[in-house]
Design a protein around this ligand. Sequence first.
Ligand SMILES: N[C@@H](CCC(=O)N[C@@H](CS)C(=O)NCC(=O)O)C(=O)O
Length: 205
Amino acid sequence: MKLLYSPASPYVRKVSVVALETGLDRKIERIQTWTTPVAPDANVASRNPLSKVPALITEAGDVLYDSRVICEYLDSLHGGAKMFPSAGKARWKALQLQALGDGLLDAALLLRYEGWLRPEDKRWGDWQKGQQGKVDAGLAAIETEAGSFGDRIDIGPITIACALGYLDFRFGDMNWRNSHPKTANWFARISERGSFRSTVPVNPT
Ligand SMILES: N[C@@H](CCC(=O)N[C@@H](CS)C(=O)NCC(=O)O)C(=O)O
C-alpha cells in the first residue's frame, strides 16, 4: 500500500497511529506531498478529486480517502484488537468521538488556513471567531468525557488525541490545558504510547 501524506497533517496522523496500533505500518510505503487549497499537489489531485491528504493506494490499486475510510479499511486488514468496535454502544461512541475530533480539526484547520494563506486584507474577524467557537465548544465537550476514556484505544480517543496534538502544533498559545485539566491528564498518558510518540507532527522539509 502507498500513503500520500504530509508530516504536518493531523488526519494523516490518525492513519499512521492506526497503522502502528494494528501492526500494519511496515506494509505502507509513504509518499510525501505538499498540498494546500490554493496550491494543490498534482500527485494528490490526480488520485483524490478533493486534493487532500491522506489518500491510500491499496494493493489492488484502488484509491481510498479520507482518513475515516482509510482507518476503517486498515482495521479490516488485521486480526488483532479492533480500532472500530463492530457494533452497539461502543461503536457509536467511537464514531461520535471521531466526528468530534475531526470536526474540531476541521475548524482548527480553517483557522490555520485563514491566518497562513488568506491575505491579511481579506480576513474576516467574525468568521474566525465562529471557527474558534467550534474549537472551544469541542474542547469543552471533550472535557466532559475525558474522565471516562481511561486507556482505551479505538478510533474515538485516537482522533481526539490527534486533534489536541494539532492544537499544540499550530496553536500553542491557545493554552487549552489550563481550562481542561481532565483532558490534559488523559492526553499526557496517551501521548506516551509509541504510536503517538513516533507521529508527532512536524513541518515538511
Ligand atoms: N476529512 C479529511 C480532511 C483532510 C484534510 O483536510 N487534509 C488537509 C491536510 S491536514 C489537506 O489535504 N488540505 C488541502 C486542501 O484542503 O486543499 C480527512 O479526514 O482525511
